[in-house]
Design a protein around this ligand. Structure first.
Ligand code: PMV
Length: 321
């Protein structure tokens, strides 16, 4: 029996623009995780995936197996480690809210690849795990930037720039955090699939390429500012740049009334800055808070309709391995 777990993730800044080559910063959420458990099954039974959270189970080799990223991922992993058929039961569980901008799909995928490859005696590196998860996501979601699969596979705070061509690997650099900081994550409870908001941005960009390209560049330069101010320990400046990033996300049409209600509440209760995080259209927002204001901000988010509020403390990251 082999198990592996991977964290959820949060995009601090740069979402959407990252699809168009701008930099973004993503953080792992160590306390909110997905897990995969791989066990040997009776000979001839094939590979079965069981997802108790949503009460589903299916066998991979069955021609009626659903077209699902996890099915694809099992096949990609077996091909990667050059392992032919096996008889296994893979149980997947997740505490990461689905379609909320917290990387639930990528985290489940990365946990599956890690547990499966380890169980079959060929443990894969974070880079290979990230790449396999990316391939399965690309198959179903069009044009993901690759940030989700990368941050959950490495489990480190990263600066991420996608490769300019499909073949070119992304730039992944650990970020320097001078002063640990606290983020509150408010969930609107509105499920908004990322491919829908990403598709909407693409249509609008095609109609007005110059306007959108300029907005993406603004978001990219704010990511640069946030990286520098995190390295310098200037949280007030980080907060201001997060607010400006939110304004640009509103301008590209991925915010929502529910998100803006929570963002305004967090700012009025004393957050240094607040913005949506991930695909937008619903899902989660993030607020940067100092200790004395933390309780008041969490309270304000709940009063303004957040279905849950999560907290994470972000500390400096080690070198990537
Ligand atoms: O909604 P999430 O958490 O999967 O984040 C998506 C981030 C985007 O930049 C909007 C899309 C992408 O592929 O990077």
């Amino acid at each position: 029996m082999t198990s592996a777990s991977t964290p959820g993730k949060l995009i601090l800044c740069g979402e959407h623009a990252v699809v168009y080559g701008q930099p973004a910063i993503a953080l792992p959420l160590p306390d909110i995780r997905a897990t995969a458990l791989v066990e040997d099954a009776p000979a001839g039974s094939g590979i079965t995936i069981v997802t108790p959270d949503v009460d589903q189970a299916w066998t991979i080799d069955d021609s009626a197996a659903p077209a699902h990223p996890l099915t694809t991922l099992v096949r990609l992993t077996l091909a990667q480690i050059q392992h032919a058929a096996a008889d296994l039961e893979i149980t997947l569980r997740s505490a990461i809210p689905i379609a909320s901008g917290m990387g639930s799909g990528a985290a489940l995928g990365a946990a599956l690849v890690r547990a499966l490859s380890t169980h079959l005696g060929a443990a894969l590196t974070p880079a290979t795990i990230a790449q396999l998860v990316y391939e399965s996501e690309r198959f179903y979601h069009g044009t993901p930037s690759g940030i989700d699969n990368t941050v959950v596979s490495y489990e480190q705070a990263i600066w991420f720039v996608r490769g300019v061509s499909k073949e070119q690997p992304p730039t992944i650099v650990p970020i320097t955090i001078e002063q640990p900081f606290t983020l509150l994550i408010g969930d609107t409870g509105v499920r908004a699939p990322t491919h829908v908001t990403v598709g909407g941005v693409r249509e609008r960009w095609q109609q007005k390429p110059e306007h959108y390209t300029a907005l993406f560049a603004t978001i990219g330069s704010l990511a640069q500012t946030i990286r520098e101010q995190l390295a310098a320990g200037n949280l007030r400046e980080v907060g201001l740049a997060l607010n400006q990033n939110q304004a640009a996300l509103e301008a590209i049409g991925v915010s929502s009334p529910e998100l803006e209600r929570l963002i305004a509440a967090a700012r009025s209760a004393g957050a240094l800055g607040a913005k949506l995080s991930g695909g937008g259209g619903g899902g989660v927002m993030v607020a940067l808070v100092r200790e004395p204001q933390q309780t008041a901000v969490a309270q304000a988010l709940l009063e303004m309709g957040a279905v849950r509020v999560m907290q994470t403390v972000v500390t400096g990251s080690a070198l990537l391995s």
